[in-house]
Design a protein around this ligand. Structure first.
Ligand SMILES: [Mn+2]
Length: 352
């Protein structure tokens, strides 16, 4: 059984998971709409784990991932994006006997895959780190909020599996690398949501041979020149500071995206920028999203300390997430009206 108990800081009861995995013949691994590094990292890591056990699994995402994560996408089993291959993805969901859901707490986060997954008779497993997960659709829920990321929770889950038995050398390098990227992106390179167990995980993975410098190059230093120019433009002309509320926000309009050749993932990290201003405790990024298919404003929120953006997103932005990092959407409001709406919302919220 588990040989090196000391290296398993967070123990998960994996007996049931082992039973589910050993019965799995056609697995499907899925994460949330608008996938980030943790979403892609955790599903890819889990794919390599199953592959190591000769279990066939497909990788599925509701929408495309940012370009800088493409190095993770397995060459022999590319991630299928429902936005581009909906029919194929729906038939994969139909034929799966086991569905593994990572890095989201509600099936609605899979957007137009929700119904198909909910109606599927497959055994469903949730592995996630967001508060208050939906439990009813799942046979097994592995949920903890005292970890940095879904990738970290998956790491500790795998370490507790009988075949890994707490020995990092039983985890493949491809799996280890994907777990590291998920953790590194969700913590913004060890700056938020970091626990003692997170450093323990990093230490184990680096000991396994993960090249942290190379992964940082791929993830943090792979942006385009036009993305840097866009960042300069929005910081200079579209960032507003509310000193009395210790808040700041950025507006990103469709016309600016067009002017600077915007591609998915280019806004990665923008919402954190105002938090480096002295005294600012909460930051918001409003991204206009108007095209033939959708019409809404994407809201990203970040905060420091006890400032709870999960409650704030719940109350004013049709969303939620974590205490210091949340997201949401605004409908039926033009981007020009956002400053007024935000300033009113934050004053009202702070009064409570
Ligand atoms: Mn995450």
């Amino acid at each position: 059984m588990i040989k090196n108990l000391l290296s398993v800081k967070i123990q998960i009861n994996t007996a049931y998971l082992e039973e589910i995995i050993s019965n799995c013949k056609n697995g499907l691994i899925v994460s949330h709409f608008n996938p980030d590094g943790d979403a892609v990292g955790s599903i890819v890591a889990f794919y390599y784990y199953l592959k190591g056990r000769d279990i066939d699994a497909k990788l599925v995402l509701p929408s495309g991932y940012p370009d800088f994560l493409s190095f993770l996408d397995p060459k022999e089993e590319k991630i299928k994006i429902s936005f581009f291959q909906k029919k194929e993805v729906l038939s994969l969901i139909k034929s799966a006997d086991t569905i593994f859901c990572l890095d989201f707490n509600k099936l609605s986060r899979t957007e137009d895959l929700e119904e198909e997954i909910r109606n599927s008779t497959a055994v469903k497993v949730l592995i996630d780190h967001h508060p208050v997960p939906e439990v009813e659709p799942f046979s097994m829920v592995i949920s903890r909020t005292d970890v940095s990321s879904a990738s970290e929770l998956l790491f500790w889950t795998l370490m507790s599996m009988p075949d890994i038995a707490g020995n990092i050398n039983n985890i493949s390098i491809e799996c280890a690398q994907a777990l590291y990227v998920g953790m590194m992106t969700d913590t913004n390179n060890f700056s938020n949501s970091v626990f003692p167990s997170t450093f323990e995980m990093a230490s184990e993975l680096i000991g396994r041979g993960v090249d942290k410098n190379q992964l940082q190059e791929y993830v943090f230093n792979s942006y385009s020149y036009s993305r840097m120019k866009l960042m300069g433009h929005i910081l200079k002309d579209n960032m507003y500071v509310l000193e009395n509320q210790k808040a700041a926000y950025i507006i990103l309009r469709d016309r600016d995206k067009k002017e600077y050749n915007f591609s998915p993932g280019d806004t990665e990290g923008f919402v954190n920028l105002p938090l480096s201003i002295k005294g600012i405790m909460v930051s918001a990024l409003f991204t206009e999203n108007i095209n033939e298919e959708t019409s809404f404003i994407r809201v990203s929120l970040r905060s420091k300390g006890d400032w709870n953006v999960n409650l704030f997103a719940n109350g004013y932005f049709n969303g939620g997430g974590h205490t210091n990092a949340s997201g949401g959407r605004l409908y039926d409001i033009s981007i020009e009206k956002v400053p007024e709406y935000f300033e009113k919302a934050i004053k009202e919220y702070l009064k409570k």
